[in-house]
Structure formats: C-alpha cells, structure tokens
Design a protein. Structure first.
Length: 178
C-alpha cells in the first residue's frame, strides 16, 4: 500500500468481524473523528424490512445492496471512506450458516476495493438484538475472519479490548496509511 496516496485519491477502509464485536460503534467513531463518509451495514436494513425469516437466497440480495450503498456514497473532503462491514462478512455468514457461498457473493468479494481492513475482536460483551444469532460462536467466527484476512494482500489490524484504546489503535492505523 502506498502510504502517499495521490491527492484526491480516496482511502477505503472496511471494518469487519463477528457479530456484536463493535463494528458499527467503531465505524461511527472513526467517521466522526476523521469527518469521513461511512456506509452502514445494509443487512440490518434488509432483514428488518423483509418481515419474515431470511433464507440463503437473501444473502446475494444483501450483498447487492451493500455494494450499491458503497458505490453511491458521497465523496467527502477527508478523502476517507469507511465501511461498516464488507463482502467477507456475507461470505463467512453464508459458509457458517449454510456451508457454502453463492458465486455472486464470491464475485463481489473479489471485486470489492478496500485499501485496508480493521478486524474487530469479539472480546466485548455480547449485545442481544433480534438480528443476531451466534452469541457462543464469536471466537470461531473471528478465527474464520483472521484466516481469510491473512490470505489476502491488503493490510489489516485487529482491534481488541476496551475503548478508548480500541478506537485509538484504529485511528493510528488509518493515519499510518495516509
């Protein structure tokens, strides 16, 4: 990764990790700190609006919605874009729940264009909500993310522990890339 991005080039960061590991909280804090654009996790909106139990066939639709959201975000003065989740989340979700991944999700995973990743460790308390499913499997899921990120060429860090150290580590990482 070129630490000296060309002027006007947008740095694209993805926050990824298991359920209830602080992705959304961290994404919002980073966006506020850097006055940056961010895109929330599309799956939440989708699942709340379908008014039924989701099925495997919903995952490519969620991937399509997430992709559309990324590509229709305004460019901001900070030239930084932060995504609260990315295609690896959908791939791991699909593999873990259904034992396979739809080819369209694999295609979008290869096409996604992030410069770096922030992997959130699930070492914070589980927060119950109607969409979360795996309170006891977060360590297994984290290991799946870690394995995937180690097998790709983009830089990544793991954030863990309590705030403010968690957020500061992510801020320092982003600053190191600029």
């Amino acid at each position: 990764m070129d630490k000296n991005l060309q002027k006007g080039t947008q740095l694209r960061i993805a926050v990824t990790g298991p359920e209830s590991s602080g992705k959304t909280t961290l994404t919002k804090k980073l966006a506020e700190h850097f006055d940056a654009s961010y895109v929330p996790e599309y799956a939440r909106e989708y699942l709340i609006n379908i008014d039924r139990e989701y099925e495997e066939s919903d995952l490519p639709e969620i991937a399509k919605g997430q992709w559309w959201s990324w590509n229709n975000i305004r460019k901001d003065k900070s030239n930084l874009f932060i995504a609260d989740t990315e295609m690896l989340v959908i791939k791991i979700w699909s593999e873990y729940k259904y034992g396979k991944t739809h080819p369209f999700i694999k295609y979008l995973l290869k096409k996604q264009n992030f410069d770096a990743f922030i992997l959130t460790k699930a070492d914070i308390p589980w927060e119950e909500d109607e969409l979360r499913e795996n309170p006891l499997d977060r360590d297994i899921l984290f290991d799946m993310y870690l394995k995937e990120l180690k097998n790709q060429p983009k830089p990544f860090i793991i954030v863990e522990g309590e705030d403010p150290e968690r957020t500061q580590k992510a801020i320092d990482f982003i600053n190191s890339l600029r």
